[in-house]
Design a protein around this ligand. Structure first.
Ligand SMILES: [Zn+2]
Length: 246
C-alpha cells in the first residue's frame, strides 16, 4: 500500500517517505544474523528492553535516505564491521565518521521511533548537529569526535559480549580537564562513538579523538565502566550468561 506523501525532514519536499533508521538497520541485522535469526537485543540507556524493532520512522524521501546511506552510512558500517571482526582498526576517513556520527544523532532527534524518545538535548546542541548535517559548517568546526573500542576493565564482559551491544544516542555532560562538555554518545556493536561540544582543546586532546584529515578507526579503548549505561549492559550480559530468556 502506498504511503501518503509527507514533508521530508531533509529536503523539505512533500514526497512518499521511506523507513529511515538513525542507527543503521544493517547493524541490527548483524546481531540478528549472529543469533541465528533470533530476536535482537538492544542494550540502551533508556532501560532494559528486548525488541525486534530497530527503530525506524518515515522521516526522509527515498532520495535523501539514499544520500545518507551513500555519503556516510556505507563506509562507517564497513569500518565498524571490520573492527568487530578484527577487534582492531577498520578503515574510514574521519570526515566520513564525523558525518556519520552527526547524522545518527540528527536522525535520532528527528525520529518518532520509540527507542529514540529518551534522547533529549539542549537546543544549542540540536542546532549544532543540524548545522553539520545540513552542511552549513564542517563537523570539526562544531565538535570533537571520540571513537573507541569498549572494553571491561574488570574483565567480566568479553569483546564478544560487548560486540552485541547497541546503545541509542544519549546526551550527558562530562568534565575534561577543568571544563564541562556536552557529550552525545551511542554504541554500535561495541564501538563507542561520541560528539563533544565545544571542541576539546588541542592541549587536552589525545589519540582517541578523530582528526579532520585522519583515516581509520582510532586504536583507542574506553572502559565500559565510564559509561552511564554500564550497569544495564552488565545486567543484561549476566542474565544472558545465566540463560535467562528476555
Ligand atoms: Zn528528501
Amino acid at each position: 500500500m502506498a504511503e501518503p506523501s509527507q514533508k521530508c525532514a531533509y529536503c523539505g519536499e512533500v514526497r512518499a517517505l521511506v523507513r529511515s533508521h538513525a542507527i543503521p538497520d544493517a547493524l541490527f541485522k548483524d546481531l540478528k544474523a549472529s543469533r541465528g535469526g533470533s530476536l535482537r537485543q538492544i542494550h540502551q540507556d533508556l532501560g532494559i528492553s528486548t525488541t525486534s524493532t530497530s527503530g525506524y520512522a518515515r522521516l526522509l524521501c527515498g532520495e535523501c535516505e539514499a544520500r545518507f546511506n551513500r555519503l556516510c552510512d556505507h563506509d562507517a558500517i564497513s569500518a565498524i564491521r571490520q573492527s568487530v571482526a578484527a577487534n582492531g582498526a577498520g578503515t574510514c576517513p574521519h570526515q566520513t565518521l564525523a558525518h556519520f556520527i552527526c547524522s545518527v544523532l540528527w536522525r535520532a532527534l528527528e525520529s518518532s521511533a520509540k527507542i529514540y524518545s529518551g534522547y533529549r538535548v539542549p537546543q544549542e546542541d540540536r542546532e549544532r548537529i543540524k548545522d553539520v548535517v545540513f552542511e552549513r559548517c564542517q563537523p570539526f568546526d562544531m565538535f570533537s569526535f571520540e571513537v573507541a573500542m569498549l572494553f571491561d576493565g574488570q574483565g567480566e564482559l568479553g569483546a564478544g559480549q560487548l560486540s552485541q551491544a547497541i546503545a541509542v544516542p544519549y546526551w550527558a555532560t562530562t568534565t575534561i580537564g577543568e571544563k564541562k562538555y556536552s557529550i552525545h554518545h551511542f554504541i554500535v556493536r561495541g564501538v563507542f562513538m561520541a560528539a563533544l561540544s565545544p571542541r576539546v582543546l588541542p592541549s587536552l586532546a589525545d589519540s582517541r579523538y578523530l582528526a579532520p584529515n585522519g583515516a581509520g578507526l582510532p586504536n583507542s579503548v574506553r572502559d565500559i565502566r565510564t559509561l552511564s549505561s554500564f550497569s544495564k549492559i552488565a545486567h543484561l550480559a549476566k542474565q544472558k550468561a545465566k540463560g535467562v530468556k528476555y
